[in-house]
Design a protein around this ligand. Structure first.
Ligand code: NAP
Length: 277
């Protein structure tokens, strides 16, 4: 049995779909099983942070998403180990690396949790993706009502990764031997700027979309609903620092899954309906 936290999220949903399609037993955790809309083959269970032991009956593996486990991550790992779980695949972040700014809030958040995973005594595989292509969903509200998207740093650049490519890597690291102890750095295949992402979404939805840059100090949490508010300044700092750089790209998705990572243009086509009114 594989326990998937954050099962209704960008990565978790794709992972549950993959594992159930492969015929694997999955326990999918969510705060609201009624609304989860997960595959019927999955055992969909309410994620009760105050009773983690009950979540791991019969489980051998855990997919850990910090967004869903928060301050309860340590207790969850303890309960998993006590119940007989042997292996955890953790969704961490590409911000964790040699020479990183260890004072960055997003680094602190993930590095602390990686340490908890290491301290748990479970065999661990760490996934360190860079920016998710799904962050572009932050623009859905603006794109549904007009052709101009406002935001900071038109030239911020990243190599965004499709959530299903992260899920594909997670699936392989859960099901194939040899990933225990590994940390995989995951990216999309190519750099793209913020303004170019808006153009790509425009092509996907058949509209001429434009990006209008606003000063960074006018950017607030409403523009970045996927970012915990206390992380916003750190995120903006990262966007500013990326301008004019060449972001890291890795071949890990293809190396691990045998299928090349999908470019942002493919993600935009896959999600075109999300941007339609
Ligand atoms: N976005 C990026 O660019 C990026 C880059 C590198 C790493 N990451 C990592 O990836 C994580 C996000 O993964 P994701 O996009 O797959 O997750 P997500 O969609 O943001 O969230 C996963 C699930 O967690 C639950 N959840 C959300 N907020 C919660 C809260 N405050 N308390 C309890 N449960 C909550 C929700 O499920 P229910 O409502 O069903 O309970 C949600 O569907 C980040 O937290 C970060 O650790 C992100």
């Amino acid at each position: 049995m594989i326990v998937v936290t954050g099962a209704t999220g960008n990565v978790g949903r794709a992972l549950v779909e993959r594992l159930t399609a492969a015929g694997r037993p999955v326990r999918a955790l969510t705060r609201d099983p009624q609304r989860a809309g997960l595959p019927p083959q999955a055992e969909v269970v309410r994620h009760q942070l105050d009773d983690p032991a009950a979540l791991f009956t019969g489980a051998t593996q855990l997919f850990l998403n910090l967004q869903a486990t928060g301050d309860a991550t340590g207790a969850l790992l303890d309960a998993a180990r006590a119940a007989g779980v042997r292996h955890v695949v953790m969704l961490s972040s590409g911000i964790v690396r040699e020479g990183a700014d260890t004072s960055h809030p997003i680094h602190i958040w993930h590095a602390k949790a990686e340490q908890q995973v290491h301290d748990s005594g479970l065999a661990a595989t760490i996934l360190r993706p860079h920016a998710f292509a799904a962050n572009a969903l932050q623009w859905t509200a603006q794109i549904r009502v007009g052709d101009t998207v406002r935001g900071p740093y038109a030239d911020a650049v990243s190599a965004p990764i499709h959530e299903d490519d992260i899920a594909a890597v997670a699936e392989r690291t859960l099901l194939d031997p040899g990933h225990e102890g590994a940390a995989h750095r995951l990216t999309g295949p190519e750099p793209i700027t913020t303004a170019q992402q808006i153009t790509a979404i425009g092509h996907a939805v058949g509209r001429d979309l434009r990006f209008t840059e606003i000063p960074a100090d006018e950017a607030d949490s409403r523009l970045f609903p996927h970012v915990p508010p206390e992380m916003l300044r750190g995120l903006l700092k990262g966007l500013a620092a990326s301008v004019g750089t060449t972001p890291e790209t890795t071949t890990a998705v293809e190396d691990i899954t045998g299928v090349p990572a999908r470019p942002f243009t493919t993600w935009a086509k896959d999600h075109a309906d999300d941007f339609k009114a």
